[in-house]
Design a protein around this ligand. Structure first.
Ligand code: S3P
Length: 169
């Protein structure tokens, strides 16, 4: 296994965790998920952190976790929360941390996967479809800027996505 970390970024529901799990399994390692690290650190769910400290506090925890990973991660597969690349500071840490891959999906795919989801505070809106579309429009260029490579996830199986990621490394 290479020493280089692979970091998956992209919108909620893009499949970062599923693809990351599969990638990690192929390398015989376990996926590192920034949301889970934050939940352990704060001893609260992501929803609860948003409720009590607001989004800004959550974003601060994301930066802390990234800084921690910069010291500890080696040859790891990391799944980054969907909003983590929003902070410029985080985008530069990401690039330092390893190969950053943007898993790109259409809004329709996100809607199909996450309609009715209660665990993502930013999608608790009356018009979930509108929210997904506007956030994706806003974030698309940010993800592109944060990543070394963009991989389309739509219409591909998990193994196909993993092959594309590994095949071109
Ligand atoms: C968020 C994405 C979530 C989680 C939080 C905020 C976002 O992670 O970090 O709800 O701003 O896009 P996933 O992308 O793993 O769903």
């Amino acid at each position: 296994m290479k020493e280089q970390n692979i970091i998956l970024i992209g919108f909620m529901g893009a499949g970062k965790t599923s693809v990351g799990d599969r990638l990690a399994a192929r390398g015989g390692t376990a996926l590192i998920d920034t949301d889970r690290m934050i939940e352990e650190k704060a001893r609260m769910t992501v929803s609860r952190i948003f409720e009590t400290g607001g989004e800004a506090y959550f974003r601060k925890l994301e930066t802390e976790v990234l800084q921690e990973l910069l010291k500890t991660a080696k040859g790891d597969i990391i799944s980054a929360g969907g909003g983590l690349p929003l902070r410029e500071e985080n985008r530069s840490i990401l690039k330092e941390l390893g190969e950053v891959i943007y898993l790109q999906v259409k809004p329709e795919t996100v809607l199909m996967r996450l309609r009715g989801d209660k665990t993502r505070p930013l999608l608790q809106a009356d018009d979930v479809e509108g929210r997904i579309k506007s956030l994706l429009t806003e974030r698309g260029p940010v993800y592109e800027a944060a990543a070394h490579r963009t991989v389309t996830a739509d219409g591909r199986t998990l193994d196909e996505i993993v092959d594309v990621i590994i095949g071109t490394m």
